[in-house]
Ligand binder design. Structure first.
Ligand code: FES
Length: 113
């Protein structure tokens, strides 16, 4: 069962930018890629807690502001070290100018231990 919740207005996040948003108790990094695609991943870097929603977005990859690790905005996979473990990624949709994230079903569960 999907559980989309509104996290932002579409015009709050221009293409090429990320933003910290909240969905219930979850803190997320919401991003709007240059090609118009939206994505949302966990806001906390798995390396050392950097705030991904305060990082930079380029080609749908988020660069952590602390040590430059990179994550794929759409899958949560690591694209550049030092992080080793992925973050969760969540489905995003835009409905009548509202950006919604389904935090009930991560597209990729974190696989540790
Ligand atoms: S805390 Fe994100 S790369 Fe180190």
């Amino acid at each position: 069962m999907s559980s989309f919740v509104v996290v932002a207005r579409e015009d709050e996040v221009p293409r090429g930018e990320v933003k910290v948003v909240h969905a219930g108790t979850k803190s997320l990094c919401l991003g709007h890629c240059e090609d118009g695609t939206w994505g949302a991943i966990d806001n906390v870097c798995t390396h050392d807690g950097g705030v991904l929603g305060e990082g930079e977005l380029s080609e749908c990859q988020v660069e952590c502001p602390r040590h430059g690790g990179q994550f794929d905005l759409l899958t949560g996979e690591v694209r550049a070290l030092p992080p080793v473990y992925p973050v969760n990624a969540y489905p995003v949709r835009v409905v009548e100018g509202r950006v919604e994230v389904d935090v009930g079903v991560p597209t990729k569960e974190l696989e540790i231990g």
